[in-house]
Design a protein around this ligand. Sequence first.
Ligand code: MN
Length: 240
Amino acid sequence: MTTIFISDLHLDKDRPKVIRYFVDFLNNLESDIESLYILGDFVEYWVGDDDPGDGLEEVFSSIKKKSNDIPIYFMHGNRDFMISEKFCNHHGMKFLTDPTKIKLHGKKILLMHGDTLCIDDIEYQKFRTMVRSPLWQNEMLKKSLEERINLAKMLRAKSLSETGAKDEVIMDVNNDEVISQLKKYNVDMIIHGHTHRPNIHKIISENKECKRIVLGDWYDKSFILRISDGEIIIDKSNLS
Ligand code: MN
């Protein structure tokens, strides 16, 4: 049996090829798939449960359909943290808090979106604390749908311009933080996305070899991590 992990699809109506690829992938999942984990930034932005999800109708309806066969788990990223647990349940997804520890084939694995590991980006961490507070979110939800969509677009543009100016190292994970999370949760492996730097890192923590698997984004290629008993397979396909 195989478990699948994906993140950072950034689904958006302006990139219909990615939407098409994801829907086909989901509809044609092999029969040995046990469960699917979506570890954040599934959609490019989300402003609340009344978000019309333009162009994403088929995405959510195929998720709902597939959830009759296998469990589909959803964790927030920094783009889609306004997707509520209620919305998830309604669309057949099981909501996961960040981080969540799972056991798979005898391995203890910590699942995260990954942004909480980037502690050197102090400015971002401050912003994250603000937007994840119930107070900020309640105030946000009082605004009209149009205002929220405009705000989300503004924040996206701001983040893009800041990302270009920031040091590469600052925006990556902090290694001490990785080790501290491995110890805190007593796990053998961390799987996360967010940094768009796909890799399998080996880390020695307390004389034990641990792994940090970083999922890739779905900008030019799809990125699917499959874990079955003793096997880690990464599938990438061109989207264009
Ligand atoms: Mn992210």
